[in-house]
Ligand binder design. Structure first.
Ligand code: FPP
Length: 254
């Protein structure tokens, strides 16, 4: 087995967001039911939460269920909801002990009442934790999020609480589900596909994207370290030239 990638502890992405793909293919490869892929995927979720917390990641966003995933077979949707409910109920103590605050983004109102109840309970119980935010994207779709933000802003304009001239990027940020969270520095997609699948489209403007063929159930700490090492090799320019960024970095460190 190869050694885990070496990473610079001073350049850990503050916000890592993950598209956890490939559960179905993993299961197929192991001649198991698709739902087994999701079950083993929960073990990866636990492993990655723990690793991120230890590494000092500030926000970990996991794309657990998209607004389009409701179209999947009923049996698969209900397994995913049940895994989610069990995870939330079982892991609350663990989250709290590790100073992790739970948050959720997406159309909560579409989640079954029992899942909503345990989700709200865990969010409330972990609200004062400061070590890391675990942000679960549940029934989340970025286009839906943007439409919702536009509606909220338009309503405020109609009520004269907001003027048209004052609308800027910050106004949009404040009306997204992710309000108050930094944009992701690193977006990881497992399962090898090269697309964003309606995930954090606004917030991903300057995110570094890392795609791996590894299926989610096989994605654990060593694979996370490889992704972070790859991120650390990149120069984030935010539209500037490489020279400008290099000059600034050397000024900051001198
Ligand atoms: C995509 O794989 C994965 C999902 C739609 C669900 C992800 C859910 C989990 C990992 C478990 C539940 C989450 C938590 C936070 C407890 P896919 O089924 O589309 O894979 P495929 O592309 O190989 O078919």
């Amino acid at each position: 087995m190869s050694k885990p990638a070496k990473i610079d502890p001073d350049n850990i992405p503050s916000h890592i967001a993950i598209i956890m793909d490939g559960n179905g293919r993993w299961a197929q490869h192991h001649k198991l039911l698709r739902t087994m892929g999701h079950k083993v995927g929960v073990d990866s979720v636990l492993n990655i939460i723990k690793s991120c917390r230890l590494l000092g990641v500030k926000v970990l966003t996991l794309y657990a269920f998209s607004s389009e995933n409701w179209q999947r077979p009923e049996q698969e949707v209900s397994t995913l909801m049940s895994l989610l409910k069990t995870f939330l109920a079982r892991e609350l103590t663990n989250l709290t002990q590790n100073n992790i605050k739970l948050r959720a983004i997406g159309q909560e109102e579409r989640l079954p009442a029992d899942v909503r109840e345990v989700l709200h309970h865990s969010i409330r119980q972990s609200a004062d934790n400061t070590g890391m935010v675990l942000n679960l994207a549940l029934s989340y779709g970025s286009r839906d999020e943007i439409v919702r933000a536009v509606r909220l802003i338009a309503e405020k304009c109609l009520r004269h609480e907001l003027s048209l001239d004052s609308i800027d990027m910050e106004t949009i940020n404040e009306h997204l589900y992710t309000c108050g969270l930094p944009d992701p520095d690193l977006i990881i997609r497992t399962g090898g596909e090269s697309r964003l699948s309606n995930f954090l489209l606004w917030q991903a403007s300057y995110s570094e994207i890392y795609i791996t063929d590894t299926h989610w159930p096989d994605f654990r700490e060593p694979q996370l370290l490889t992704a972070i090492a790859d991120y650390q090799k990149r120069q984030r320019r935010f539209g500037k030239t490489g020279e400008q960024v290099a000059t600034r970095t050397s000024e900051e460190t001198s």
